[in-house]
Design a protein. Structure first.
Length: 734
């Protein structure tokens, strides 16, 4: 055996790697060297003669991780490692099904449907079955089929107690028949078909059980129900299942991940000793102590405590901003300082809970001339829903814009097919006219689209810029399109809605910051921001990303932004069973991305849907020990002459106004209702009748503060009670 394999390992790593032939759960904390343990375990088994490469099956969650594992093993072992099966669940199941296509009742050259292909197949089937696409949205049907399969259920096994579900089951059954007839499988079918093959065919099952004596699984906390059942079948009674994972980093419940699989593994495989990798090689002690303190508030943990042999390092820096714009300005200033200290931009990450938060940060970075790239996502003005909205605005502004028309003529879908669009383009070419002019004479659904654009233009002619965008979002059908998404697409659709709301905020701030606040000027601004500071692969650039995208990465300095209740933890977590625990695991992941310096920031007020909303500091920040925090701004406590004063948050995407709380200094002008000081300095008075372009007529019932902070509470006839920031809301007296 190559003795160098075990050199430099800590006792727990060595114990995990040198385990005898038995199943094990390796509880690997953030930065504890889990990838090294996994690959070294394989190398140890092979070099020690315990198994040949032919007897190894290793499962990863990404192709990238599989390739990295193979590369490491090739460097560690002097022998050919090609006999090993290393890949993702889908990749390995595809390999088995190819080898046993007849037994799996598949053609030899079966094809795999990606998500887009699957959706097209479902739409085609629903049309043939005369299924109402309004009542049964195709994406919802796609989600229903995939989630059923991931639970290991065929159509005849799904419980259907009502006519609506029974109709979905009928489509599911017919979809399976159609796929079988056409010789195609979708991603969830790969795993289910392979599981069924092993379940019913004892000879094939025993063949693989005899071959793969050692099964190793990475990121075990992210496995779903069917994946775990597949692993159990392969392992049988005698094989070793070596699972590496971290229940504290289980953040993909929305994808079907079941953190409970870790508890089931210890029971089903009689795991006597859970090995905990708690020594962290990434972060300083204060960062780890904060992470430990936070995650200790979660229930049903397997339990571990990260530690490091390094020193405590710097305290976590906490910044309270007045607004989200001020928060971004502070971050830019700190980044400039870090850069002057010799820290490369690529060693700095800005993390946020929701994609929509990136817009304010991106604007500040572009204005400061700092290069950045959005990791695992698109820059704000490049996102699909933003480009759709801007295309409506561009076409309203300039009907000669053929590219804008082609982007939205059938989005949201309005029954204009590809052939109709081709004919429209041919007619425009023959008549030497732009598409819009040709469309106006086309009749039918295409002419109805032209009428929609003209009605949007007429209705918004006198509206201020933010309300133009708000009107277009509502009346184009974009908002309704994303609101109607369900199932696995629902979370993605919610992010798109948040981004569209953020576009209204961008317009509101644009009006505030620019003399020329026309639609043309704003569209020019959007194009310039989309095109500036595109960082190439070789450039030194900041990383912007959601916390979900940050998992598995590490940086010298990390900024965790928007630490306000309702934002992080996200408001949806209050409605979901175990939602707050998952959000706390997400915060734990965010904290443990930092090696040396960690910033935590939040804002007293934030622009939401064009209105200023007041929030409360995140409960997660309050769960961190005081001794680990360095407040750059004065600590927000009642003892520090700060208090909680209730403020009515503005109506957001969800539609209903709700009570929130804002930390504010004790002063007459900041008290709710404003007091005499606010009333004297404001041109508005309680009882005054006013008009707002969007909300209509109302009566002022509260006046607060003065100058840039001035706001009024108006009771509108149609829209109910709203707090409006006078700097942005264009009120007129009636």
């Amino acid at each position: 055996m190559n003795s160098s394999l075990l050199s430099g390992l800590n006792p727990e790593q060595r114990q995990a790697i040198t385990l005898p032939h038995q199943s094990a759960l390796i509880l690997a904390g953030a930065g504890s060297g889990k990838t090294r343990v996994l690959t070294t375990r394989i190398a140890y088994l092979i070099s020690n003669g315990a198994v040949s490469p032919h007897g190894i099956l290793a499962v990863t969650f990404t192709n990238k991780a599989a390739k990295e594992m193979v590369t490491r093993l090739t460097a560690m072992l002097p022998i050919n490692t090609r006999g090993m099966w290393i890949g993702t669940f889908h990749g390995l199941c595809n390999r088995m099904l190819r080898a046993h296509f007849r037994e799996a009742n598949l053609p030899q050259a079966f094809q795999i449907l990606d998500s887009g292909d699957q959706l097209s197949a479902i739409k085609r089937l629903m049309k043939a079955m005369n299924v109402d696409g309004e009542k049964f949205p195709p994406r919802e049907m796609q989600s229903f089929i995939s989630s059923s399969k991931e639970q290991g259920l065929r159509a005849n096994e799904v419980e259907a107690y009502d006519p609506y579900t029974r109709r979905k089951v009928e489509v599911f059954a017919e979809y399976d028949t159609q796929c079988q007839r056409e010789g195609v499988v979708d991603f969830s079918e790969l795993l289910l078909r392979c599981y069924e093959l092993l379940s019913r065919n004892a000879a094939i099952r025993e063949h693989y059980q005899e071959r793969f004596k050692h099964i190793l699984v990475d990121e075990f906390q992210d496995t779903n129900k069917l994946q775990y059942q597949w692993l159990r079948l392969l392992a049988g009674k005698n094989n070793s299942l070596f699972a590496v994972g971290d229940d504290d980093q289980s953040i993909y419940a929305f994808r079907g991940a079941n953190v409970g699989n870790m508890q089931e593994l210890t029971r089903d495989f009689h795991v006597q000793n859970v090995i905990k990798l708690e020594q962290n090689y990434r972060s300083h002690g204060n960062i780890l102590d904060a992470a430990n303190a936070l995650i200790s508030n979660n229930r049903n943990r397997l339990g571990k405590n990260l530690w490091t042999s390094e020193n405590g390092g710097e305290l976590l820096r906490v910044y309270e901003a007045a607004t989200d714009v001020d928060e971004a300005a502070f971050i830019v200033d700190e980044i400039r300082q870090l850069k002057s200290e010799g820290i490369n931009l690529k060693e700095i990450a800005l993390l946020y809970r929701s994609n929509a938060q990136s817009r304010v940060l991106e604007h500040a970075l572009v204005s400061a001339g700092l290069s950045y790239r959005v990791y695992g996502g698109l820059r704000f003005f490049e996102r699909q829903e933003i480009k759709h909205t801007l295309a409506y605005l561009r076409l309203m502004q300039n009907t000669d814009d053929d590219n804008a028309l082609l982007r939205i003529i059938n989005f949201p879908t309005r029954g204009i097919g590809a052939r109709s669009i081709e004919q429209l383009q041919e007619a425009a070419k023959q008549n030497n006219t732009v598409l819009f002019d040709t469309a106006a004479r086309a009749g039918g659904k295409i002419s109805a689209f032209v009428a929609l654009i003209e009605s949007l233009r007429d209705a918004t002619r006198e509206l201020p810029l933010p309300e133009i965008i708000d009107h277009v979002l509502e009346h184009s059908g974009l908002t309704a399109h994303y609101q109607n998404e369900t199932g696995v697409k629902k979370r993605e659709a919610e992010e798109r809605l948040e981004n569209m709301n953020e576009l209204v905020n961008a317009a509101t701030l644009f009006v505030h910051e620019n003399e020329d606040d026309s639609l043309t000027s704003f569209l020019t601004h959007a194009s310039l921001e989309a095109g500036e500071h595109q960082a190439g692969d070789q450039d030194d650039a900041l990383h912007l990303m959601t916390v979900h995208s940050a998992k598995g990465l590490e940086f010298h300095t990390v900024f965790i932004t928007g630490l306000e209740d309702g934002l992080f933890p996200h408001q949806n977590s209050q409605r979901e069973d175990g939602g707050l625990d998952e959000e706390r695991r997400l915060m734990y992941v965010a904290i443990t991305r930092a090696r040396r310096r960690l910033y935590l920031s939040f804002a007293q007020s934030r622009m939401l849907h064009g209105q200023v909303s007041y929030g409360m500091v995140s409960s997660f920040l309050r769960e961190l020990p005081d001794g680990l925090l360095h407040w750059i701004t004065p600590r927000v406590t009642a003892q520090n002459s700060y208090t909680l004063s209730p403020a009515l948050s503005h109506q957001g995407r969800g539609g209903a106004a709700s009570e929130a709380y804002v930390y504010s200094p004790l002063s007459p002008e900041r008290e709710r209702g404003g007091g005499e000081g606010a009333a004297r300095q404001s041109p508005w008075r309680i009882g005054q009748r006013v008009f707002h372009q969007k909300f209509g007529e109302g009566v002022i019932v509260g006046v607060e503060s003065s100058g840039a902070d001035a706001r009024v509470q108006v009771n509108f006839k149609r829209a109910g009670s709203k707090w409006l920031a006078l700097e942005y809301a264009k009120l007129t007296a009636v």
